[in-house]
Design a protein around this ligand. Sequence first.
Ligand code: DLL
Length: 437
Amino acid sequence: MMYQAEIEAMPLPQLRQLQDARLRQLVDYLYARVPFYRDQWDAAGVRPADIRGVADLARLPFTHKSDLRDQYPFGLLAVPMEEVNRIHASSGTTGKPTVVGYTRADIDLFAEVCARSLYAAGARPGMKLHNAYGYGLFTGGLGMHYGGERLGMAVVPVSGGMTERQLTLLQDFAPEVICCTPSYALTLAGEIRARGIDPSSLAVRYAVLGAEPWTEAVRAEVEAGLGVTATNIYGLSEIIGPGVSQEDHLERHGSHIWEDHFFPEIVDPKTGAPLPEGQDGVLVFTTLTKQAMPLMRYWTNDITHLYYDSDARRTHVKMGPIKGRADDMLIIRGVNLFPSQVEEVLGEVAELSSHYQLVLRKKGAMDSVLVRVEPTETVAMALDDQAETAHRQWAGKLRERIKGTIGLSMDIEILPPGGVPRSTGGKLARVKDERGL
Ligand code: DLL
């Protein structure tokens, strides 16, 4: 499976026709098969025939994560269990996990969009894929595994963790492509450096990073530290897993949403009203071709914007980086704060690395934010006895920039290299809440 121009570069009017036809089928399918949707649409006074195409989508209610929880575990399945081939689940921070079922055709689709994504990331048939996403209920491991196989790669199912062994395999198996979380790519880059391994001695050339938000500063650090071109892959279990959108390795600006299968909308986080191209809001997806558990207007909670890029080699709409999740948003002394905003500012202070942690505390009645950061190793090594002065300077610089761009005064703590918690393979929690709420 290679680049499919007839799909990926399909003229937009044709793409809309395809989406409209698929949506009409989906509406009939869900209405006939899933009581949750039938009841929801009946209550909203919308009949399947009212939905003639994606332009009518806004007439239908959203599906929220809470709906998946209410229907736990299998209430949203549109097929009998005999037709289900696989079940994944994502563990929320609270309560029951979110369950997703796949038919054989869904698994096939999952492999296809992951193969398409890997190809866009630079992977080619015949290359080896070091797959360091976790295997298990998490969709990252198995999703990328099937995608790599579909593309014709030799997949090494490493899974997360056991960094020592990962380094051995990277050296000995000489994979050209690695996929993992961006925070774990930083861990690997740090360990490679600590062992004095020259990144250019490794065969790895492409890194496909996702499952958590990351920034251009992290990209630069991973690219230098591993000797790769790093691209973004986005997805979520409810929609399918990884492979919902992917950056092109030559463009590296915005991730194409594979909208022949996943129709995106951006809506106002408060009112749910559709927002125009370019405006930040909540990303909402409708799965156009899934069988086992198709979702209508699924509210992802992820904040980003959509845009069409006429310079791109593909026509499918692009999404910007995820700014944060609507439920990650902190309100500190009345100011809305996404952790990623701090990460952005951090990227502007050259002496400091991309590793950071936010600690929330109470200072009297007020919330305070402590930013824990560390200098890059090169900078730290060159310091000698000047450390204290340098630390004070960097802390001052960072504090000022944060105040200037975000509008909040934060406390800064500079730790020695390695002082900030590292990813061990899974998703990394950047915020430590010590407020005891
Ligand atoms: O994280 C699927 C995945 C696996 C994507 C491997 C990419 C690579 P969930 O565990 O259900 O699925 O978590 C989905 O993770 O709603 C976002 O908040 C976040 N997320 C995923 N990819 C990105 C990304 C997988 N590239 C949730 N940038 C999503 C920012 C991401 N956030």
